[in-house]
Design a protein around this ligand. Structure first.
Ligand code: SF4
Length: 318
């Protein structure tokens, strides 16, 4: 299948008080047209940093040390700010984690939506208004025409997220990056927003990168899953393989911690992931791993591919 996005050998560090600490280590992932890739892991594992690097929306102290991010063969890391601005929104759009803080409280939803449409589609204000109403209708906002004139505080969290999804879709992007888009919402609204994203992705055949800490969520609509731990992709496979035949002890731990009707109590992965400033030797997961062997705290495991399109970084498979 045609690869629309390839992240190759990506290393990103953060400058903390003059010292560089690596947050993302040698990431290699790709996304095909009309495919949904889930990036899963605990908070601070580098999943958002990896996804944000595609749009170069990183914190000011982030340093992309090496690697390439190829969008249809063009390395986004070499583009000027102006060139990137043209791609952001129109070709690659972003749905943020915190809808209430992602809209400008001083402007109406319509102003913000129309500004995006005018910038990327170079249409008149009248045409932008028409497109903005259509975009709000597409994300099932009732009375779209009236709600265009309302300010963010007049929307619920779920409705704000719908406005942001409308904004992301308004220029018909080829890739959508959704960064934990339901985390800040009430449980009842979460399912509605997930359904909406899934429906839109299918209808428009958009490629989607879906970032989440919840493996249960990705099971529903991802094609491939990259499991990240402490800045590394520790396992990558299609969704069926991850759920039926997980290889990495961390992936198994995440699956074990999912609630189910059969479980009397939830299993948890003991311990905490290392901080970016910690110096761990060998496998970064070894302090928490129940399968740990002598070699594990000494040597970093290489990536191996025990099955086609199923890779893992763990000494158990070397
Ligand atoms: Fe566990 Fe060792 Fe595999 Fe790391 S390399 S996940 S410590 S078995």
């Amino acid at each position: 299948m045609q690869k629309i996005l390839k992240i190759k050998n990506l290393d990103i560090s953060f400058n903390i008080e003059g010292e560089l600490y690596k947050a993302v280590h040698n990431i290699n992932i790709s996304l095909s047209k009309n495919q949904v890739l889930g990036i899963v892991g605990e908070s601070g594992c580098g999943k958002s940093v990896t996804a944000m690097s595609v749009l170069k929306l990183l914190a000011s102290n982030a340093v992309i040390e090496s690697g390439e991010i190829l969008f249809k063969g063009q390395n986004l890391l070499t583009l000027s700010t102006k060139q990137l601005q043209e791609i952001r929104g129109s070709k690659i759009a972003f749905i943020p984690q915190d809808p209430l803080n992602s809209l400008n409280p001083l402007y109406t939803a319509g102003d913000q939506l129309m500004e995006t449409i005018i910038f990327h589609r170079h249409v008149s204000k009248k045409e932008a208004k028409k497109l903005a109403i259509e975009a709000l209708k597409d994300v099932k906002i009732p009375e779209a025409e009236n709600r265009l004139n309302e300010y963010p505080h007049q929307f619920s969290g779920g409705m704000c997220q719908r406005v942001l999804i409308a904004m992301a879709l308004s220029c018909d992007p080829e890739i959508i990056i959704a960064d934990e888009p339901t985390t800040a919402l009430d449980v009842t609204v979460q399912a509605q927003i997930l359904d909406l994203i899934r429906k839109i992705q299918k209808e428009r055949q958009t490629s989607l990168i879906f970032i989440t800490h919840d493996l249960g969520v990705v099971a529903e609509f991802c094609d491939y899953i990259a499991v990240m731990y402490s800045g590394r992709v520790v396992e990558y496979a299609d969704v069926k393989s991850i759920f039926k035949n997980p290889l990495h002890p961390y992936t198994k731990g995440l699956l074990d911690s999912l609630p189910s009707q059969e479980k009397k109590e939830l299993n948890v992965i003991k311990g905490q992931p290392p901080a970016i400033t910690d110096k761990t030797t060998g496998c970064v997961f070894h302090p928490r791993c129940s399968c740990r062997m002598d070699i594990c705290d000494k040597i970093i495991p290489e990536k191996t591919e025990p099955a086609s399109e199923h890779s893992v970084s763990c000494h158990l498979y070397n």
